[in-house]
Design a protein around this ligand. Sequence first.
Ligand code: ADP
Ligand code: ADP
Ligand code: ZN
Length: 213
Amino acid sequence: MNLIFMGPPGAGKGTQARQIADKYGIPQLSTGDMLRAAVKAGTEVGRKAKAAMESGGLVTDDIVVGIIADRISDADCKKGFILDGFPRTVAQARALDSMLMERKLKIDHVIDITCDTEALVARITGRSTCAGCGEGYHKEHKKPKKAGVCDKCGGTLTTRADDNEETVRNRLSVYDQQTAPVIDHYRHKGAFKTVDGMQEMDTVFKNLCAIIG
Ligand code: ADP
Ligand code: ADP
Ligand code: ZN
């Protein structure tokens, strides 16, 4: 099962992708997570990506396409994968098309999770993530039992440097200009679905499971 989760920053792609990955036993491939790991490790990719990520702009297509091409070749992707946050430009979508064609693979569902702009800002500025296991939290919508501590693994909750209001507004406008056109790329191809991301997290999850089967 090969899936693409689309939607603006804060729509709930990561939250849902983690749960779908657990349920279906396929990995969540988040280019954002992979890039943050590269920045932290100080690799060449990380050094090239850092400035764009801090300002809320996009990292260049060749970098993210290279990361995904390597990653989908890994053994754990044989049963399938969830692309979370990729492709984010039409050029990335085209590069993915040829990458899949070469490997004789296809995408089963492209699912766009929609969300109102003001809700996106509130979601992102209230977001925290476990440094240990990657679980996501929110200061109002998904509070940990103990402040600053992950319910699942006891790890420390961290907030992303780019999750501030100014950078968020920039990320949303980058989304409108560069990522929204990717929806049309897939709408024409079929297998494109929309899920209302304004619903409760559990309802969104049920809607996704109904599509995936
Ligand atoms: P994305 O990966 O699309 O950027 P996340 O999954 O990280 O988004 O979600 C952003 C924030 O919003 C997180 O703090 C998460 O807990 C919260 N969130 C996710 N889905 C919902 C929802 N359906 N309702 C309310 N808050 C949500
Ligand atoms: P969110 O879903 O909250 O926007 P991500 O974790 O997906 O955040 O991405 C964080 C940052 O990483 C983006 O603002 C961008 O700079 C970079 N990034 C992630 N995925 C891509 C991609 N496919 N193309 C270009 N840049 C990307
Ligand atoms: Zn944790």
